[in-house]
Design a binder for this molecule. Structure first.
Ligand SMILES: [Zn+2]
Length: 75
């Protein structure tokens, strides 16, 4: 589903860059993440986890996730 370049380093945060970092932590994607989390709060259970976002079957959540990942791929 999501193609990640293997074992990258995030120059913004100075940590290892994996999908979890990009979706949950990286400060480069705050705008996209706020939108994603907002939708996730509405679409998923209140205490959703990272896995719930990544493996969701909800179209709206997937849409926001795709937006965030696209932003990553354009960098
Ligand atoms: Zn980062």
């Amino acid at each position: 589903m999501i193609n990640l370049r293997p074992s990258l380093h995030c120059p913004t945060c100075n940590v290892e860059e994996d999908i979890c970092h990009i979706v949950i932590q990286c400060s480069k994607y705050t705008t996209e993440r706020n939108k994603l989390f907002d939708i996730a709060h509405k679409e998923l259970i209140a205490s959703f986890r990272f896995e719930d976002i990544i493996f969701t079957g909800k179209d709206k959540v997937l849409e926001c996730l795709t937006e965030l990942v696209k932003r990553y791929e354009c960098n």
